[in-house]
Design a protein around this ligand. Structure first.
Ligand code: UDP
Length: 324
């Protein structure tokens, strides 16, 4: 029996590597692709010996060639943290726009179904709470997050255009804050930052007054939602995330407790355009996919902390992202 073939871009990243694992487990032939700007081959090194896994070191902002049949394309290549957007803004814009265009062209040529990784950032600093898929968002196109937010909004637009004009089979997942093993320790996102600070014996830096909220989804729940969405027949955007909302101050307290740290929480400047609140409305995903998150924050944070603890002390101390 020949295996279904799936191309996963951003395969060496946090989400891409977990998706690669899942599709391998489901018996697919997985073709991973990554330019390794923010990805790390160590996230997928355990897959290299498998006959149903192959890897291309390639930047999808350039023409993408994949020999042979393709049944599915999952576009997960993109810098995905506010620090990354500031350091590599042009690449962030290109991978969401030019990269998406290249992959849609590939999907059309191969008659493949394409799923794109969109984001809660399309809602910007939301004026509707919790955010449902009907909300159009409140985004500053020229702010520091604009390069990511607008690339992702363009990505949704061009994907819908290929769907309506070329009749391409497409899926759009709007991903809310997700965490788990293989997050980059120094990507600036709140969870690895707090855990890194606790492990190094530093105070935890809550930005602003720490009253802003986020809702954190454990990675295996997200992957399950994406897998179900891909196999569904629904082309409009679907939120996938965990509605359990928490302030950043409360989150910092949880991390101190989890890590056994006796450090303080200090408050530093709030970055520009930092959304004040974020919580997914997952009514649609529940109805359409029969999906909802299963892993509690207590459970997920413990697994994630064990992962970070297993990293070498050198890695823990290394503070500059590799592309700096
Ligand atoms: N944050 C913080 N301290 C940090 C890093 C982040 O208080 O050291 C806050 C940040 O201002 C935001 C929230 O944590 O309100 C989540 O930030 P993250 O960068 O993880 O993702 P975002 O949801 O903002 O894209």
């Amino acid at each position: 029996m020949s295996r279904k073939r799936v191309l996963i871009t951003g395969a060496a990243g946090f989400l891409g590597s977990h998706l690669s694992d899942r599709f391998i487990k489901e018996g697919y032939h997985v073709i991973g692709m990554d330019n390794l700007i923010t990805g790390d081959l160590r996230n997928i090194q355990h897959l290299f010996s498998l006959e149903n896994f192959e890897f291309y070191h390639h930047d999808v902002s350039k023409f993408v060639h994949v020999p042979g049949e393709l049944h599915y394309i999952l576009h997960f290549a993109s810098p995905a943290s506010p620090i990354d957007y500031l350091k590599i803004p042009i690449q962030t814009l290109k991978v969401g726009s030019l990269g998406t265009h290249n992959l849609l062209g590939l999907a059309k040529a191969k008659n493949a179904r394409m799923l794109i990784a969109s984001t809660s950032e399309v809602y910007g600093d939301p004026l509707v709470h919790p955010q449902n898929e009907e909300y159009w968002g409140n985004v500053n196109p020229v702010g520091p997050r604009g390069v990511y937010d607008e690339a992702k909004r363009f990505q949704e637009a061009i994907t819908m255009a290929y769907h309506t004009f070329h009749k391409l089979e497409t899926r759009i997942v709007r991903i809310f804050n997700t965490y788990g093993p293989r997050m980059r320790l120094n990507d600036g996102r709140v969870l690895p930052t707090f855990i890194g600070q606790a492990l190094r014996g530093e105070p935890l830096t809550a930005f602003g007054d720490g009253s802003q909220t986020r809702s954190f989804c454990y990675v295996s729940d997200l992957v399950e939602g994406i897998y179900r969405l891909l196999l569904s027949d629904y082309a409009s955007p679907v939120n996938i995330g965990n509605p359990a909302e928490i302030t950043i101050n409360e989150f910092a307290e949880e991390i101190l407790k989890l890590t056994g740290s006796n450090q303080k929480i200090i408050h530093t400047a709030l970055p520009k355009d930092d959304p004040k609140q974020r919580q997914p409305d997952i009514t649609l995903a529940r109805k359409l996919l029969g999906w909802e998150p299963k892993v509690s924050r207590t459970e997920g944070l413990k697994i994630t902390f064990d992962y970070f603890k297993s990293l070498s002390p050198e890695e823990l101390l290394r503070s500059a992202p590799r592309f700096a």
